[in-house]
Write a protein that binds this ligand. Structure first.
Ligand code: ADP
Ligand code: MG
Length: 316
């Protein structure tokens, strides 16, 4: 959940105004940083102010309260307990998930929650589960069991639906809707690895991809007119055991981390949820099939291989 409520956000904004020389009026953006959806949120609003930042944070909070697997009374936990929900945030995420699941031949599957729960990536007690545990949890997976009828989303019995692979991109979609109505001309929004570049600048936006090998620099940059960009990488939420790296992007065939020779995939697409889902799907599919998937959606991608090779596909 967004750990800062509206009041705290305003206080923090005031503090940032004091310490950040870039928070001045004029052409400089209003900059705000917070924490939500288990990651860092950063907002650069050209023409916006602390009220806009607080309203955007409230939206992120609302999405997290709907989509979290760790907030016990979230709408997602409700879906996983009762098998149904009419929550609009979940329905919109499920639509993208099922679409990308079908077009990726099941490489993308938002019903792997029981398996992900065993690995528990990103938590102190993450571990390599026993093979029979993984096999047992895999029995609950299968996006085909999701259905949407008359505004009600249903899942299979005992399934654990997990929107971790689309949630941050989806949050960027909702923030774009907010910006459309706000009068703000330009903005850069980052919700963890999902970004929204809002509004057209003359020279376009320079998008930098972080070096997955940890140099602290960008490994690749490109210019984007506007739109959504998401990155999925094996260097996020991972751990090492007996010299083997285990990361959080799972192969739906095995329930083990997907190993396709890639360390990260960055995708630019027409919506945030789509860019987020496609980056995860491409990571699981590998470069050849991933490239074909991007073509189906007229999306673009940057694939970084384990040997450091950077390959670009599409219109960037
Ligand atoms: P991040 O959450 O760091 O942005 P991704 O967007 O790639 O990274 O999403 C990875 C998350 O999605 C995992 O932590 C897990 O919750 C879920 N997940 C893992 N494997 C898959 C998969 N094959 N298809 C869909 N979701 C997945
Ligand atoms: Mg993703």
């Amino acid at each position: 959940m967004c750990v800062y409520n509206r009041l705290t956000a305003l206080i923090l904004c005031a503090a940032l105004l004091l310490v950040l020389p870039s928070c001045i009026k004029g052409n400089e953006p209003f900059i705000f940083t917070s924490v939500g959806m288990g990651t860092v949120i950063s907002l650069k609003l050209y023409g916006g102010d602390e009220n806009n930042a607080a309203e955007i944070c409230a939206l992120i909070d609302e999405i997290e309260r709907a989509s979290s697997l760790t907030i016990e009374d979230s709408a997602l936990c409700g879906l996983n307990k009762t098998g149904q929900t009419d929550n609009l945030h979940l329905i919109r995420q499920a639509e993208v998930c099922v679409d990308v699941a079908e077009s990726s031949g099941g490489a993308f599957d938002c019903t792997l929650g029981a398996v992900s729960g065993l690995w528990n990536f990103g938590h102190e007690d993450c571990r390599v589960p026993a093979e029979d545990e993984i096999a047992a949890a895999m029995k609950y997976a299968g996006y085909e069991k999701l259905a949407l009828n008359d505004g009600v989303l249903t899942c299979g019995e005992d399934q654990t639906v997990d929107f971790g692979a689309v949630g941050k991109g989806y949050a960027c979609d909702v923030i774009k809707e907010y910006l459309d109505a706000s009068g703000i001309q330009n903005a850069v929004i980052s919700v963890g690895g999902s970004l929204l570049f809002y509004g057209e600048k003359n020279a376009g936006w320079t998008v930098g991809i972080k070096d997955p090998f940890g140099s602290g620099k960008n490994i690749f940059t490109f210019i984007l007119r506007q739109g959504f960009v998401s990155t999925s990488g094996s260097y996020e939420r991972c751990f090492e055991n007996d010299g083997i790296l285990y990361h959080h992007i799972l192969s739906p065939d095995s329930g083990y981390p997907a190993r396709t020779g890639l360390v990260s995939v960055t995708v630019a697409a027409e919506s945030g949820a789509l860019s987020d889902a496609l980056s995860t799907a491409c990571f699981v599919l590998g470069e050849e099939k991933g490239k074909e998937l991007l073509e189906r959606y007229s999306a673009s991608g940057v694939f970084i291989r384990e040997d450091g090779t950077v390959n670009v596909y599409g219109d960037i």
